[in-house]
Structures are given as structure tokens and as C-alpha cells.
Design a protein around this ligand. Structure first.
Ligand SMILES: *[C@@H]1O[C@H](CO)[C@@H](O)[C@H](O)[C@H]1NC(C)=O
Length: 266
């Protein structure tokens, strides 16, 4: 039997009506959640040895929103995807919730002879690589971020792509900050799907420049990547500053005024 367009539509509507309740649109929460997806620079416990991630210090600047820090040390956009961690957030997110996605520190490297399971395929689009060790098809940073962002936005979440934090820009004694390619990739991903973007890396770099070498060196007690608690608080504050300057959908949840946080809007 050939289905007419009308009977097909009718079948679809009947199917929809009979769908289990778990497929019904979820209600907004009274108090939205702010899920954080990232690496050690955002995660609880940072890179160990007393360092900490900035995601632990965001809650203090928010009202009517609850931070859920799902950042995990050592993860890249690729490994966060492959371990099902984006999916775990997709599974629990509700309309009106926020998801902040910030990767880059573990996404670099080459796939020519080895594969640490984290390196993305080079490029900012639909390029693919084959893992030299497992044969896995590896996609770009932008691809992983776009896939995650799309799935989250389809659930009604508001997605903020955030550029990675700088390594200590005073490491050589002279201030040097050059945004690496993952900063641009995060913006590319945001644009591709109409998500929000904040250049967190640039805000932090500017604030680190203002504070000077001695103060900033003290924020990096372990290596040039992982911050002390005090450093993590500065990094969190600059995320908040960036959100306020962008006046994006998370801004009304911030308790602080733009001028109360050091630095200028970029
Ligand atoms: C925002 O204000 C709260 C409450 O006074 C404070 O605890 C928090 O540290 C402030 N955040 C920033 C980024 O200054």
C-alpha cells in the first residue's frame, strides 16, 4: 500500500501522540543549572598538588543558577565526546539550562605516528584523520564541539563556547600571549551553530598582564598550565567579566556589576 502525504502525516501525529512521556518536552527548571564541560584548568582539583580549576569558583558570582562542574582533568573535546561525557550532559540538561564548553589544552599534538586518544584531527571544519594506532576516524575540534553543541541546543540548553585559558604568559619573564588555534576554533564552532562565545583566554591574558609577573608566577605553583586557588579565582572572575561584557543569556544570572570586576571589555 502506498501512503499518501496525508496518511503519512496522520501516522506521524498518531505516533507522536502515542510516544512515551519521556519524549515529551521537559519543563524549565525553577533554578537553571550551569553545566561545565572542560579539562583540568576548569575541573575540581585542577592538575593536582593543590592546584584547582576555575569552575570551582563560578558559583559565588551567580544567583538563581546552580553550577555543576563536569570538567575532568586530561580531557580534550575528542576524548570528552568519545567517553560519552557530552552525552551524559545531553541526557540530563533541561530547557533554560546553560552549558559552558572550554577545551584546547589537551587537543593538540600530531596523529602521524602515535595517538594519545585526545589529539584532534588538524583543521577547523570537516577534515578527518585515521588514528595510526586504533584505526578510529578522528574529527576536528570544531566538529566535536559542534556535535555536542547541537545536541545540547536541541534539548533547549543555552551553550557558551569559551576559549581555553592561557598558559602563564609571564613564563619567560616577558609578557607573551598568543592565542593558539583552539581559541579561534571555539569561536568558529559557536558561529556555526549560533551558540554564544566568550574569549575567556584573552580576558585572562589581559588581567594577567595587568597584575604583573610576580603575582602571576605565584598563580602557577606547579607548571605553566595549572593555577593555584587564588589563580583559579582570577580566571573565574574573568569568565564572569566576559559574560557581562558580552551581555549574553547568562549575564542576568551574575550578581556582580561589570565595573566591579577588573579589566576592560574586549
Ligand atoms: C561577585 O559578588 C559575590 C558576592 O559579593 C562575590 O562573592 C564574588 O566573588 C564576586 N565575583 C567576582 C567575579 O568579583
Amino acid at each position: 500500500m502506498k501512503l499518501s502525504a496525508f496518511s503519512l502525516l496522520a501516522a506521524l501525529i498518531a505516533g507522536a501522540a502515542a510516544a512515551p512521556t519521556q519524549d515529551a518536552p521537559l519543563a524549565k527548571r525553577a533554578t537553571p543549572k550551569v553545566y561545565l564541560a572542560g579539562d583540568s584548568t576548569m575541573a575540581k582539583g585542577g592538575g593536582g598538588s593543590g592546584t584547582d580549576g576555575w569552575g570551582q569558583y563560578l558559583q559565588a558570582s551567580l544567583k538563581n543558577a546552580v553550577v555543576v562542574n563536569d570538567a575532568i582533568a586530561g580531557r580534550s573535546a575528542r576524548s570528552y565526546m568519545n567517553e560519552g561525557r557530552f552525552q551524559a550532559i545531553v541526557d540530563v540538561v533541561q530547557p533554560g539550562d546553560f552549558v559552558v564548553i572550554e577545551f584546547g589544552h589537551n587537543d593538540g599534538g600530531s596523529l602521524s605516528t602515535t595517538d594519545n586518544g585526545r589529539t584532534d584531527c588538524f583543521g577547523d571544519s570537516t577534515q578527518t584523520c585515521i588514528s595510526p594506532t586504533t584505526g578510529e576516524t578522528v574529527y576536528t575540534f570544531v566538529f566535536y564541539e559542534v556535535q555536542a553543541g547541537k545536541a545540547l541546543m536541541a534539548k533547549g540548553a543555552k551553550v557558551i563556547f569559551s576559549s581555553q585559558t592561557p598558559n602563564n604568559p609571564w613564563e619567560t619573564g616577558t609578557f607573551t600571549y598568543g592565542a593558539n588555534r583552539f581559541v579561534g576554533y571555539a569561536q568558529t564552532a559557536a558561529k556555526a551553530i549560533g551558540a554564544m562565545y566568550v574569549d575567556h583566554g584573552q580576558y585572562v591574558a589581559n588581567e594577567f598582564q595587568r597584575r604583573g609577573a610576580a603575582a602571576v608566577d605565584a598563580f602557577f605553583p606547579l607548571d605553566h598550565t595549572h593555577t593555584s586557588v587564588a589563580g583559579a579565582q582570577v580566571v573565574a572572575a574573568q569568565f564572569v567579566k566576559a559574560v557581562l561584557c558580552a551581555n549574553d543569556a547568562l549575564a542576568p544570572s551574575v550578581v556582580n556589576s561589570t565595573s566591579s570586576i577588573p579589566g576592560s571589555c574586549v
